[in-house]
Design a protein around this ligand. Structure first.
Ligand code: SGN
Ligand code: CA
Length: 698
């Protein structure tokens, strides 16, 4: 039923990489047939090993040019490697929420890091538990609220720490001494040995922090790659020609955005310590968690190279190359720690024939990552290196070993796949589809024609404009939809695997473009995504907002950030003294309730200068941009779901006054304040119906 296979088509992987993949597979265990019998309802134990930011092109089973991962390759050698598995939103929390719920971000409510995951909603661990599975979650969680659906959980708070991390449990928080990847592995092994009920099938989610920024390797990996330069990616010096205007606005450059001390592990001199900026201001806090022995090993590992850097003091492209080497080596050292962990877990399973026979092992990561590709680190874009996820699945004897599949798969599919394997009902409202047919027939089965993608975070960290799109395996259509970045891109991945030249306006691609546009509309309709619709030109500056739709003579704004904002230009600047009024009725919230009326001046730079008057959960505030509070005060008794906001600006008196219900708050404005040329709405993670803004000259 499942014939023996060698490696099948390698799809989009370039010829050189393909050769390496095939060579890798030849040297692996010879492929053999799986034992016949349907996988659905076979109720295996599920060991889900998950890392953070591990791109497929840093796995040798995917043809990596830069490292070897012998243990992850063991999964490839005894199972199925998915060459085209993608996430629907290339960022941590949203990918995790999509995996748990089997739904895209707009439907599970976790559209950006920092949202609070609604743990009352159905998730696959809850369904598995109901179907008789014992469930455990160990390691990085990153969904803010407490895990639900697990018999046992012990998770890192937030991003977690590499050294001597804290963990959260239902009973509270405690610190464990050691290196995070090793600790999570040991905790997972302990649970496998002693924590489970041998009479029931189980789900174990073993989730690593590594290789996430700031790429701190473990003590055993610190010495790897010394004096061994790592090959550079072809696009390290990408100039972003051939793509739209958002790409060059990135803030994730190897050249300009990696920090010398926090990211790149130099030690600042006394003089440099006086003027640290950005993440470098916390360079030391991570090191201060270490024990003296850990710290000594760390300092020894970098000392000689750091001294050489100070002596040679590279600049220009040589400095970019140095930064790339420092970054990628630490990243790959973290990967080596994860690979070692995979080996320990496989060894444990393989040592017990019954466990080996009944356990499916999955290796995956929340998204891919830029490994210097396009001159970047980080993720977020729909481009291949970060949209693509590793997915390797083994179940000796039950699925054919050493096989590859080019079937499109997505993180929303995992929930349905696990439920299918467990013989549990698959809820009809899931967006994903079971991948069991692909596990049974890797070369023949397909479950998707095209995949949907939607990234929201916009002006947040790393500055990637919001976009959505469709990927059919060969072509990819991207729509950047914020008013400041209103354009499309189309890539032909076969002719242009590095996505360097958009062919969106190329007449030769008109028919393909139209077909993908139809598919994109169909996917948005099928998944019910009405976010990413931003006022149809009514606002010229808008960010951190998932949707802005007309509501009577006002607007419904779904804010999806701390201070999402929507501004529109005034026909003429406000007079020197004027009062603006609006109302807001809050519909739903993903965090504290806050709505704001905004007044903005031009500052000549990209974004206008905003003055914000906020009414929140029992609080009034006047802020300049979102961080600097000019005035704030508790306002007890304010109904947080239904507010009136009135703001009076008096430029000659340099005063801004906020009134809401019976409360009044004043703030002084700067002397050189320019004319107010835009007004608008703001929300903090809140969907609200705003009335029109009425302006009275005082
Ligand atoms: C942190 C990182 C960012 C990274 C986000 C999201 N900065 O903010 O570089 O993009 O996490 O990553 S750091 O200095 O704190 O490491 S995610 O994988 O959790 O989504
Ligand atoms: Ca991540």
């Amino acid at each position: 039923m499942f014939p023996p296979r060698t490696s099948v088509a390698v799809g989009l992987i370039s010829a050189a990489i393909a050769a390496a993949v095939i060579a890798g597979c030849r040297s692996a265990t010879p492929p053999h047939a799986a034992r016949p019998g349907p996988l659905a309802g076979s109720r295996p134990n599920i060991v889900f090993i998950f890392s953070d930011d591990h791109a497929p092109h840093a796995i040798s089973a995917y043809g990596s040019r830069i490292n070897r991962t012998p243990n992850i390759d063991r999964i490839a050698a005894s199972g199925v490697t998915f060459d085209r598995c993608y996430c629907g939103n290339s960022i941590c929390g949203p990918s995790r929420a999509a995996i748990l719920t089997g739904k895209h971000a707009h439907a599970n409510g976790f559209m950006r890091n920092g949202n609070d995951f609604d743990g009352t909603q159905p998730t696959f661990p809850k369904h598995l538990r109901r179907a008789g599975y014992q469930t455990a979650m160990i390691g990085k969680w990153h969904l803010t609220s407490d895990p639900t659906g697990f018999d046992h959980w012990e998770v890192l708070p937030g991003q977690g720490s590499y050294y001597n991390p804290d963990f959260r449990t239902p009973g509270g928080r405690h610190r464990r001494e050691g290196y995070c990847t090793d600790l999570v592995t040991e905790m997972a092994l302990d649970w496998l040995r002693d924590g489970r009920d041998a009479s029931r099938p189980f789900l174990l989610m073993c989730q690593h922090k590594a290789p996430h920024r700031s790429w701190m390797p473990g003590p055993e990996e610190l010495g790897l790659y010394r004096d061994a330069p790592i090959p550079e990616p072809a696009t390290l010096f990408d100039d972003y020609a051939g793509r739209g205007p958002a790409a060059p606005l990135h803030e994730m450059g190897i050249r300009d955005h990696l920090t010398m001390f926090y990211d790149l592990k130099l030690v600042p001199t006394a003089g440099e310590r006086e003027s640290l900026e950005g993440a470098d201001t916390v360079w030391k806090s991570r090191l201060e968690r270490m024990t003296p022995e850990q710290r000594a090993a760390w300092d020894r590992a970098f000392a000689a190279e750091n001294a050489a850097f100070r002596r040679t003091n590279p600049t220009g492209d040589a400095l970019v190359r140095w930064k790339y080497q420092r970054y990628i080596k630490n990243y790959l050292r973290c990967v080596a720690g994860v690979d070692k962990s995979v080996g320990r877990i496989l060894d444990h399973i393989d040592a017990d024939p019954a466990l080996r026979a009944n356990t499916i092992v999955i290796y995956c990561s929340d998204q891919g990552f830029y490994l210097g590709d396009h001159g970047w680190f980080d993720k977020r874009w729909m481009y291949e290196e970060s949209m693509r996820m590793p997915l390797l699945v083994r179940w000796p004897e039950r699925i054919a070993s050493g096989t590859r599949t080019t079937a499109l798969a997505q993180n929303i599919d995992f929930a349905a796949t696990f439920l299918d394997l467990a013989g549990a009902p698959i809820p009809a409202d899931l967006h994903g589809t079971s991948l069991v047919p692909v596990l049974e027939d890797p070369a023949g089965a397909t479950v998707h024609d095209a995949l949907y993608y939607h990234y929201y975070e916009s002006h947040a960290t790393h500055n990637v404009a919001a976009h959505y799109g469709v990927h059919d395996g060969r072509y990819k259509l991207l729509r950047f939809y914020e008013p400041e970045h209103d354009y499309w891109e189309l890539f032909d991945l076969q002719r242009d695997p590095d996505e360097l030249r958009s062919v969106w306006s190329d007449p030769d691609y008109a028919a393909i473009r139209q077909r993908l546009e139809r598919q994109l509309v169909a996917l948005r309709t099928r998944y019910g995504d009405d976010t990413g619709v931003l006022g149809d030109g009514a606002f010229d500056v808008i960010a951190g907002v998932a949707s802005a739709t007309p509501d009577g003579d006002g607007w419904r704004i779904d804010g999806n950030a701390t201070m999402g904002y929507a501004l529109r230009p005034l026909a003429e600047p406000l007079p020197a003294r004027a009062t603006l009024r609006t109302t807001a009725v809050i519909e739903s919230t993903r965090g504290p309730r806050t709505v704001a009326l905004l007044l903005a001046t031009e500052d000549g730079a990209r974004a206008p200068l905003r003055f914000e008057v906020h009414v929140g959960d029992g609080e009034l505030a006047i802020r300049r941009e979102r961080r600097t509070a000019l005035a704030d005060r508790a306002a007890p008794g304010i109904d947080p779901t239904r507010v009136e906001i009135a703001a009076t600006i008096d430029r000659s008196a340099r005063r801004l006054t906020l009134r809401s219900a019976d409360h009044t708050l004043h703030a002084d404005l700067p002397a050189d304040l320019g004319a107010i040329t835009r007004i608008g709405y703001g929300t903090d993670n809140t969907a609200a119906r705003f009335g029109p803004i009425r302006i009275a000259r005082d």
